[in-house]
Design a protein around this ligand. Structure first.
Ligand SMILES: Nc1ncnc2c1ncn2[C@@H]1O[C@H](COP(=O)(O)OP(=O)(O)OP(=O)(O)O)[C@@H](O)[C@H]1O
Ligand SMILES: [Mg+2]
Length: 224
């Protein structure tokens, strides 16, 4: 099977007031398409650091990451938006919605590099919001939505381009039990029916149970 994601001996450190923090230490794994993989580990273990590098928001100090056989460190800055838009859907831990735009406009923003008519743009955004049960709040701005609702808008934005790889940072972290369960069912359906691959950083036992594989981190190191 073709690997959609290969992480090879990736290390990353941060410097803070003279202190050297090893966020990731020689992390390696590969993920086949289509699958669901959980990145698990306590707070501060390096999950968000790893996910940020998969979207090339940041680069490893050493080691390499390939998506669909393409080395991320070799993608030119000018090609990055295209890489993120076409191949990836990213759900941030802090949502990162645009505060001055409505839920629907936030989702449409992810479609903007594509040449679509306004009605098609709107149709796709509404369909993505419907998938996460947010089509009743299309015209609300983020400040008018609950945390769990903002989370779901962020998920709709990540799914709207039908990317082959979706990277999600704690997507169930702000959801109640029932909404989290619905999200897990949506992930499972997209994985089985559309073939979407998911990489999900999580503390949630239910996500780990539904995942095909779990990468466990502790203090930036992989643990068995
Ligand atoms: N920009 C930064 N500058 C300095 N240290 C950082 C920075 N970002 C993260 N760290 C440190 O790197 C380590 C890994 O952080 P990271 O955010 O990846 O953890 P996490 O596993 O996502 O945690 P959580 O479950 O709380 O989201 C932590 O010790 C954190 O304090
Ligand atoms: Mg995190």
């Amino acid at each position: 099977m073709a690997a959609i994601l290969e992480v090879d001996a990736v290390s990353k450190h941060y410097l803070r007031g003279g202190e050297r923090i090893v966020a990731l230490d020689q992390v390696s794994f590969r993920i086949d398409q289509p699958s669901v993989t959980a990145i698990a580990g306590p707070s501060g273990s390096g999950k968000s650091t790893l996910l940020g590098m998969l979207a090339r928001f940041d680069r490893p100090d050493s080691g390499s990451i390939s998506v669909d056989g393409e080395r991320l460190d070799l993608i030119a800055e000018t090609q990055l938006d295209q890489y993120r838009n076409r191949k990836l859907g990213f759900v941030f831990q802090q949502f990162n919605l645009v505060g001055t735009l409505t839920a629907q406009e936030n989702v449409e923003l992810a479609l903007s590099p594509q040449a679509l008519s306004p009605s098609e743009r709107s149709r796709r955004a509404v369909a993505a919001l419907e998938m996460v049960g947010m089509d009743h709040r299309l015209k609300h701005e983020p400040s008018e939505l609950s945390g769990g609702q903002q989370q779901r808008v962020a998920i709709a934005r990540a799914l709207v381009n039908r990317p082959s790889l979706v990277i999600a940072d704690e997507p169930t972290g702000n959801l109640d039990g029932k909404t989290a369960q619905q999200l897990l069912e949506l992930i499972d359906n997209l994985n089985r029916q559309v073939g979407t691959t998911f990489v999900i950083a999580t503390h949630d036992q239910r996500v780990m149970e539904m995942a095909h594989g779990v990468v466990r981190l502790a203090d930036g190191r992989q643990v068995a």
